[in-house]
Write a protein that binds this ligand. Structure first.
Ligand SMILES: Cc1cc2nc3c(=O)[nH]c(=O)nc-3n(C[C@H](O)[C@H](O)[C@H](O)COP(=O)(O)OP(=O)(O)OC[C@H]3O[C@@H](n4cnc5c(N)ncnc54)[C@H](O)[C@@H]3O)c2cc1C
Ligand code: FES
Length: 280
């Protein structure tokens, strides 16, 4: 049996600048058979590493429908992510995974879906959003609410325009600090509630972003009629193994690496409040 800690070698195919500190890397496994057969679900992550530098969990942002490559959107914040930002096309990177659970997808067919993201929270949701768009007719209305500190910090700027043109889809953008060209909303992501009808008794919401944003978005979703079990969030934790062995990522009885990173709000309410920043 293959040792789970040994990563696969992948080659960087292309790099897209998203903002001053964030880039999207498209990578292809060196082993062609693996590249063709590698399967994952929206919301799952991989452990990315560089030899002699380190390893970290990064969400897979490509859609599983796009075969042959994986995409990762990475903000340079520390030792590994800064080193990855120095890489160029044709350089090697190492990948273990896919790990973790995923956003409910097949189970929500026919429902109205609401994706709410802040900053680097859009990359994990992009995998889900593009999977839904690949099968657009099977889902109800789609709303994407996305906020960042500045217009430059919005990820996937071109793709946001493409999503806007998809039928029965609304994309609402907001920033804390606009520039002279900004024509959309200004304010935190919850201020978008005044710009669209968010009332929903059976809609499904996916929320990804910093803990403070998740907390206030959940308050608004509850006020708008969303059921606890129809609100899904992703949690971040420092991880080592990614496979439920080391105990680095636990919150109460749950391991974020195997029980998460996606949790429903009903599940979150069972976890220690301090550790999830969900004390509402
Ligand atoms: C499931 C999951 C998915 C993720 N997906 C993405 C993604 O798609 N894109 C992305 O950019 N990031 C993602 N992350 C976050 C990423 O894994 C971390 O930012 C990771 O720590 C980066 O590694 P690094 O070596 O570059 O930075 P590190 O050296 O780990 O530093 C990262 C930041 O945390 C601080 N820090 C370091 N150690 C500690 C500590 N012990 N306690 C408190 N603060 C500390 C540092 O000062 C720095 O600000 C994800 C995390 C999880 C758990
Ligand atoms: S990272 Fe090791 S148990 Fe979760």
């Amino acid at each position: 049996m293959r040792n789970e800690y040994i990563p696969y070698t992948a080659i960087i195919e292309s790099i897209q600048n998203e903002s001053f500190d964030t880039k999207t890397f498209r990578v292809v496994f060196e082993d062609e058979e693996l590249a063709a057969s590698f399967d994952y679900k929206p919301g799952q992550f991989a452990q990315l590493s560089l030899l002699g530098i380190g390893e970290a969990p990064i969400s897979i942002t490509s859609s599983p429908c796009s075969r042959g490559y994986l995409e990762f959107t990475i903000r340079a914040v520390g030792r590994l992510t800064r080193a990855i930002h120095q890489l160029k096309p044709a350089d090697k990177i190492y990948v273990r995974g896919p790990y973790g659970n995923s956003f409910p997808f097949e189970e929500v067919k026919g429902k109205n879906l609401y994706s709410i993201a802040g900053g680097i929270g859009l990359p994990p949701l992009r995998s889900l959003i593009n999977s839904v768009f690949d099968r657009r007719d099977e889902f109800g209305r789609i709303k994407i609410l996305y906020g960042a500190k500045t217009p430059d910090e919005l990820c996937f700027k071109q793709e946001l325009k493409t999503w806007r043109r998809i039928p029965d889809t609304e994309v609402l953008l907001t920033v804390d600090t606009p520039d002279e060209n900004w024509k959309e909303n200004v304010g935190v992501v919850t201020t978008l509630w005044d710009k669209t009808d968010m009332a929903s008794s059976d809609g499904v919401a996916y929320v990804c972003g910093p803990p403070i944003m998740i907390r206030f978005v959940i308050i608004e979703l509850i006020k708008s009629g969303f059921e606890d079990e129809n609100i899904y969030v992703t949690l971040e934790r420092y991880m080592k193994c990614g496979i439920g062995k080391c105990g680095h990522c636990n919150i109460g009885p749950k391991f974020v690496c195997i029980d998460g990173p996606v949790f429903s709000y009903s599940q979150l309410k069972e976890l220690p409040e301090k550790e999830t920043a969900m004390a509402i």
